[in-house]
Design a protein around this ligand. Structure first.
Ligand code: BES
Ligand code: MN
Ligand code: ZN
Length: 475
C-alpha cells in the first residue's frame, strides 16, 4: 500500500496536487510555468488544471465556495484517484499534496482517494509485474494536520485494502477455513480475539441454517467469533456486527447461470470481509468501544447431500423454514448468527451482506440498502457515517405487511418472498431471529464492481470497512 506521510517546510517536489482557492506558487515553479498556470486559471472557469513538464506533474484543484462538505470531500477523493493514476502512468514514486485553503482536512480526503486508487490485485498474475503501480508515498506538505489523523487514515485504508484482497481471492484460494484463518491472522496483528467454531461445534449448537447450506459442499463450514474489548469501553452492552460469509455461491441446486451471475459469486463473502476488516481497523486504532463480530461461513454448492428446494430446516432457534430456493442461502446462515448474538445482550446488531439481486436492481452500485428496527437516533448516526465516507444508505421501508409474504403453510417461514420487495422480505426473514435493536445492510450492488469506479476500483471495493470505522469512531 502507498503510505501517507506528513512533512513540513517542503519547497521542492516532483508530483504535486494543489488544493486551493487562490493559486500561489510555493514549490519553486519557474516564473514561466507559474505565469501560464495563473493565466489559465484566470481565463477559464476551470475547476481543475493539469500541467505536465519535465519531471513534474502538477494538478490544481480549485475549491468552490459553498459546496456541501461531504460532496466536496468526495470530489477530493475522486480527484485524488485521477492524480494518483496519472502519477503511476508517469512511473512516479512520490506525490505531494499542498493545501492552500483553511480547510486543511481536505488533504486527507485526497490522500485517501490516492491510496485506494493505487490498489491492485495482481498476486496471481506474474506478468503484471511490469505494470505494477510505482506510487509509494503520499506526502501531505506544510499542513497543520496531526500525525494521529494520518495514522488513523493509514489504518483505515489498509483495512479497506485487506477487505478487497479477501473479496478478490477466488474460492479455490479462500474457502471457509481460509477465511477464518485470515481473521485469526488479523486478530493477532491488531489485537482482537478470534474463536473459530468447526463443523463439530456447529452441529452441537444445532445451527441448522448453516449446516443446510453447507450440506452440498465438501469443505467444512466455520463460525468465527471475534471480540475486541478495551479495558474501560464507552459502551456497557456490546455492539455486534454480522457478515455474510458465503465464500462461493453457485446457487446450490437452484443453480445460477454463469454469465454475469455465478462468475461474480466469489464476492459473496464481502460482508464477512467488511466486518473482519472493520474489527482490524477498530483494534489497530484502539477505539474505546466493545465490539463483537460474527461470521458464519461456507460455500453454497449442489453436491450430493445438498438440501433440496422444498426441504424443511430446523434453525438454531428451533423455528422451521421451508427452503424453497437454495439460492436464498445467505439468510439461512445469517439467521443462525443472529440467534447466536442474543447471548451477548447487545446494544445494537448490524448485519451486512451481499444478500439480494433486488437490492442491486433497486439502487445500483452507488450505495447500500438499509432497513431495520432501531431508534431514530441510531438510524441518523448510521446514515451520517454513510454520508461521511460516501458509502450512503438508501433507507427501505420495514412495514409489517411484508412479514405476511414470508409465511409458509407447512413451516414457520419460507426462505423466499414473492416477486416484489425482494430485499425487504429478506430483511424481514432475518428480523424474526432477533430480540434486540437490529439493522440490516444489503451491499449486493456496491461490493464488487465489474468496471473501475474512481478510487473504488474494479472488483472488490472493501465496502463497509470505512463505514463501520466511522460509525464507531463517532460514537
Ligand atoms: N449472493 C446472492 C445475491 C447477489 C446478487 C449478490 C448479485 C451480489 C450480486 C444471493 O445469495 C442470492 O442469490 N439471492 C437471490 C435470492 C432469491 C433467490 C430470493 C437473488 O437475489 O436472486
Ligand atoms: Mn444465493
Ligand atoms: Zn449468496
Amino acid at each position: 500500500m502507498a503510505n501517507i506521510l506528513l512533512k513540513s517546510k517542503v519547497t521542492n517536489s516532483t508530483n504535486v496536487l494543489v488544493i486551493t482557492e487562490n493559486f500561489k506558487n510555493e514549490f519553486n515553479l519557474p516564473d514561466k510555468v507559474n505565469d501560464y498556470i495563473v493565466n489559465e486559471l484566470s481565463q477559464k472557469d476551470k475547476k481543475t488544471l493539469t500541467y505536465n513538464y519535465i519531471g513534474k506533474y502538477i494538478s490544481i484543484f480549485i475549491v468552490e465556495k459553498g459546496k456541501e462538505i461531504s460532496v466536496l470531500n468526495e470530489q477530493l477523493r475522486r480527484h485524488g484517484s485521477i492524480v494518483a493514476d496519472s502519477v503511476n502512468l508517469n512511473k512516479g514514486k512520490d506525490l505531494y499534496i499542498y493545501n492552500q485553503t483553511k480547510q486543511q482536512s481536505l488533504s486527507l480526503f485526497a490522500a485517501e482517494g490516492m491510496v485506494l486508487s493505487n490498489y491492485q490485485f495482481i498476486k496471481h498474475k506474474p506478468t503484471a509485474e511490469k505494470n505494477k503501480n510505482t506510487l509509494q508515498s503520499i506526502i501531505i506538505a506544510n499542513s497543520n494536520i496531526k500525525q494521529s489523523q494520518v495514522d488513523e487514515l493509514n489504518i483505515v485504508c489498509s483495512a479497506t485494502i485487506l477487505a478487497r484482497d479477501l473479496v478478490n481471492e477466488p474460492v479455490n484460494y479462500l474457502n471457509a477455513t481460509d477465511l477464518s484463518n485470515a481473521f485469526k491472522a488479523m486478530g493477532k496483528l491488531s489485537g482482537f480475539k478470534v474463536d473459530v467454531l468447526n463443523r463439530k461445534k456447529i452441529k452441537e449448537l444445532k445451527m441448522g441454517g448453516l449446516l443446510a447450506v453447507n450440506a452440498g459442499s465438501v469443505d467444512e463450514p466455520t463460525f468465527s467469533v471475534m471480540e475486541y474489548k478495551p479495558n474501560k469501553p464507552k459502551n456497557k452492552k456490546p455492539y455486534i456486527l454480522i457478515g455474510k460469509g458465503v465464500v462461493y455461491d453457485t446457487g446450490g441446486l437452484s443453480l445460477k447461470p454463469t454469465l454475469a451471475s455465478m462468475d461474480l459469486m466469489k464476492c459473496d463473502m464481502a460482508g464477512a470481509a467488511a466486518v473482519g476488516c472493520a474489527m482490524y481497523a477498530i483494534a489497530k486504532a484502539k477505539l474505546n468501544i466493545h465490539v463483537i463480530a460474527l461470521v458464519p461461513a461456507t460455500d453454497n454448492r449442489p453436491g450430493f447431500n445438498a438440501f433440496a428446494p422444498g426441504d424443511i430446516i430446523t434453525m438454531m432457534d428451533g423455528s422451521t423454514v421451508e427452503m424453497l430456493n437454495s439460492d436464498a442461502e445467505g439468510r439461512m446462515i445469517l439467521a443462525d448468527a443472529l440467534h447466536y448474538a442474543k447471548r451477548f445482550n447487545p446494544e445494537l446488531v448490524i448485519d451486512i451482506a451481499t444478500l439480494t439481486g433486488a437490492a442491486m436492481a433497486a439502487i445500483g452500485t452507488f450505495g447500500m440498502v438499509g432497513m431495520g428496527n432501531i431508534s431514530n437516533n441510531q438510524k441518523n448516526k448510521l446514515h451520517q457515517s454513510g454520508i461521511n465516507v460516501y458509502e450512503r444508505i438508501a433507507e427501505f421501508p420495514f412495514w409489517d405487511e411484508y412479514d405476511e409474504l414470508m409465511k409458509s403453510d407447512i413451516a414457520d417461514q419460507k426462505n423466499i418472498g414473492g416477486a416484489l420487495g425482494g430485499s425487504i422480505t429478506a430483511g424481514k426473514f432475518l428480523a424474526k431471529f432477533t430480540n434486540f435493536p437490529y439493522y440490516h445492510i444489503d451491499i449486493a450492488g456496491p461490493a464488487f464492481l465489474s468496471s473501475k469506479d474512481s478510487y473504488r476500483g474494479k472488483g472488490g471495493t472493501g465496502y463497509g470497512v470505512r463505514f463501520f470505522f466511522d460509525f464507531f469512531k463517532n460514537l
